[in-house]
Every structure is written in C-alpha cells, then in structure tokens.
Design a protein around this ligand. Sequence first.
Ligand code: F6P
Length: 364
Amino acid sequence: MSEKKRRFAVLTGGGDCPGLNAVISAVVKTFLRNNCEVYGVYNGFNGLVNENLVPMNYSSVSGILPRGGTILGTTNRDNPFKFAVEENGKLVYYDMREKVVENLKKYDIEALVVIGGDGSLHIGSQLALECGVKVVGVPKTIDNDLPCTERTFGFDTAMAMATEAVDRLHTTAESHHRVMALEVMGRYAGWIALHSGIAGGADVILLPEIPYHIDSIIAKINERRNSGKNFSIIVVAEGAKPEGGEMSVARIIEGSFESVRLGGIGEKLVREIEDKTGVESRCTILGYLQRGGSPTSFDRVLSTRYGVAAAEACLRGEFNVMVSLFHDHIVTVYIQRAASEPRLVPVDSEIIRAARQIGICFGD
Ligand code: F6P
C-alpha cells in the first residue's frame, strides 16, 4: 500500500507584488521534490472560504518565475474573520473562520503558506492563534514596511521602476526648466521614495516619517536656481505630509484590509510650489507601474529563497512563523511579531545622513 503523502497549501493575499510567482514556484517545487502534495488556493482567503483550491504540479508552475502578478490571484478584501458580502446594495460582515478550518480539514491540508503583507499575515496569525491553523508566512510588499525582516520581496523591483521614472523626469524637467514631482507608493513608510530618490539623484525627497515645510522646499529650489540649475526633482511618498497637516487621502474604502487609499500629495505640492515661486511645476503619479511586471533578479532570488524556506519550515513542522531576511540569512520569526506595527524609515539612520550630506533636502 502506498504511504499517504503530507499535503500543504499556498495562497497569495493583499496587493500584488513582483516576485509572487517566484515564491509560488519555489514553494510548490520544494514540496513536490520532498514527496508532498500541494494545493494552490485562489484569490487569497476568499478561496479558503469558498473552497476554491486546486492541486498543483510541476506544469502548474512551469515558466512562472519571471512573471509579474500571481497565478493564484489575490485580493485585499475577504478577511474570513470579517467577510464582507453585499446584500441589498450594502456590505454585511460574517465570521467565516469555521468555514476556513472546515475546508482545510476537508482537503486534509496540514499547513498553509500565506504569502502576504501585514493584512494577510495578520489574518494568518489570527488563524494560527484563534483557530489552531498551522501557518507559515512569507513577507510580501513593495513598501518594504514589514517588521522583523530586513527586506520584503517586491521592494527592489518597485525601487528600480521608480528610479527609472526619476531618470526620465530629469531630462524633461531640465529641458523645460520645471519642477517635477514624482509621487510614489509606500503607504505610511518612505522606503521607496528614499531609495529611488537617492538612486535617481533627486533634489528633494519627502517621506511620511519627516513632515515637511513648504518654505524649506522652496528654499532648495531657489538655491538651485541661483546656482544656475533651473529645474528641480522631487520624489514624494504618497504618505508624506506637511508639518502639522494630514496625509492626503484619495479615497475611504470599505471592506478592505486598508481603510483609506492614500494619494494626491504630489499634485497639491506642485500647485503650491507653482503659486509661491512662479516656476512651472508638474506632478507624475507612478502608481501601479511599481507593482506590475517582471521582478528584478534580486527579487527573483529573494523570492525563491523565501519560498524554499517557507516550505522547509512546513516540512520540519515549524509553524506560526514568518520567513525573514536577517544579515543575508533566511531565518524564521514568530508571525505574531511580524504582523505588528509597520517598519518605518528611522529618521536618524545612516542612509538619511548620507542623503543629507550630498545636499538632498527632506523638507525639514
Ligand atoms: O501596499 C502596497 C500598496 O501598493 C501601497 O503602496 C499602496 O498604498 C496600496 O498598496 C494601494 O493598494 P490598492 O491595491 O488597494 O490600490
């Protein structure tokens, strides 16, 4: 009689991110090569509530390593603890945790690999603590703002995309003697703005962690004009805010992991600069180009290492952890710790000091 194989499942949750498919590929291959079975869950936790999962084999993951997006689909809605269903044009919330546990039992799934950001890892952690589900998390987000890891996969690709945008804005800003602002993502953390701003040689970088004064930015623009540089480049994080002011909210959202969608600060900023200086100013919002498309080689390697490490943690029976990068080694940390407060840019860090040394203005 053939021995019963151990069976695991993998899902992707929250906003998509370059490298998701590389993680899926590594998870699936590691399980298969270790004589286990693996199911792919479609559309994050929705697939566990609605029983939307399929067995995966080598051909399911063939050729997906360099592809953007996720072959499993994702959503930043559908929290099983607060599952939104539209009834008579209104959202009604149900607790579907038992359904998740029931479906995992039904499919005989020993443990679940959750590839997600803070929202999905928080749900994974709750499933582990409150329902006894065995979970291993993989830190995903272009924002690089998860605690307990030095890097999330996807960040390198977003940073490369934003850096290319800064390079392209330089030539048009210089030709037209304009101020050009590039609004980048990152939620409440300024990692994408900071790294792409330094890499692209921005003159001003505005981060959520350092509230800005418009007068400091204008002083920088004037200083450049007085030295013969008739253009300036600003990289502004979507979560940046003026001293004493609020972050710019594009939209309040219901039923999502996030209660607000940030956006709009770049446009406000260039209007204010133009009004106060008379210098023609424009804003570009980079938006979802940061999330789409093929991962960089760095993200492909990191995603592969994370995927293998997550499957290996399952194989050795180490659950309720997240795989994490620490001093260039992949380690595991308790998932509860990983699903806590976001990791912000430390304002007194060496990288901020380096940027200041070369004359970058943070608006403070
Ligand atoms: O967390 C990743 C991210 O891209 C943020 O940088 C951005 O604020 C948010 O997701 C946008 O999410 P959505 O997919 O809901 O528009």
